[in-house]
Write a protein of this length. Structure first.
Length: 202
C-alpha cells in the first residue's frame, strides 16, 4: 500500500494496473508495516484512527487483459499458466499476487477507478501537482487472445467478471458523469467510444 500525505490518498496496489506510474506521478511512499498479503480490511481496522481522513483507492482492469499482462510480465504463456493456477487453487496454495483475482482486494475501498480512465481521473483532478514528464497516459490497445482461451480465463476469474461488469451486482467505478455508468467490461457504448478516442491519441 502506498500513501500521499499531501493529498491524503492511500493506494491499494493491484498488479498490472498502473501502480508504479501513479506512485511516481504523485511521489507516493510505501506504508510502513504493510504486508501485501494481508487483507486490507484488517489493516484498515487496526489503523482506522491513523487513516480515517484518507481516501482509499484502487485501480481495476479487465480481468482477461490483466491476466495476459501478468503472463507477459512473468515470461509465461496463458496456456501454461492457467492450468497451474487452477492446480494451485485446488491445492490451496498461495497464488502469486500478480495472478490473484481483483475481487480479493475490493473490500472497504472508497474509490475504484477503471484502468482505461485512470489518466483521465488523475490528470483532471490532480493535474497541477503532476510533473509534465510524469503525466499518466491511457493504456495501449488490448492484447489479442483466442475465444477459447478467453472463455477459460473468464471462467477462472468469474468473481471479477461479475464485480467489474455491467450486471446488477457490479461495483460502482469512478465516472466524471454519474449519468453515464462505467464498466470494465460489458455494454457501455459511450464509455467504449471515449476509450477508443483516448487510444487514438496515445
Amino acid at each position: 500500500m502506498f500513501l500521499s500525505k499531501k493529498h491524503k490518498i492511500l493506494l491499494i496496489p493491484n498488479p498490472r494496473c498502473a501502480t508504479a506510474s501513479i506512485c511516481k506521478s504523485l511521489q507516493m511512499k510505501p506504508v510502513k508495516g504493510w504486508d501485501v498479503h494481508r487483507p486490507f480490511i484488517e489493516f484498515r481496522r487496526a489503523h482506522f484512527n491513523t487513516w480515517e481522513n484518507y481516501t482509499t483507492m484502487i485501480v481495476v482492469r479487465d480481468p482477461v487483459q490483466r491476466f495476459l499482462s501478468a503472463c507477459e510480465s512473468t515470461n509465461t504463456t496463458p496456456e501454461s499458466m492457467l492450468p497451474l493456477l487452477k492446480n494451485w487453487k485446488e491445492c490451496e496454495r498461495r497464488i502469486p499476487r500478480i495472478f490473484q483475482p481483483q475481487s480479493s482486494f475490493l473490500c472497504k475501498i472508497d474509490l475504484v477507478i477503471g484502468l482505461p480512465w485512470v489518466a483521465e481521473f488523475f490528470n483532471h483532478n490532480l493535474w497541477p501537482i503532476l510533473k509534465k514528464d510524469n503525466m499518466l497516459h491511457a493504456p495501449g490497445r488490448p492484447r489479442e487472445v483466442s475465444d477459447e482461451m478467453r472463455e477459460q480465463i473468464e471462467e477462472y476469474y468469474s468473481a471479477d467478471m461479475e464485480l467489474l461488469g455491467g450486471g446488477s451486482t457490479a461495483i460502482p467505478i469512478w465516472t466524471p458523469d454519474e449519468s453515464v455508468p462505467r464498466f470494465i467490461w460489458g455494454d457501455c457504448s459511450e464509455c467504449a467510444a471515449k476509450f477508443q478516442r483516448s487510444n487514438d491519441f496515445a
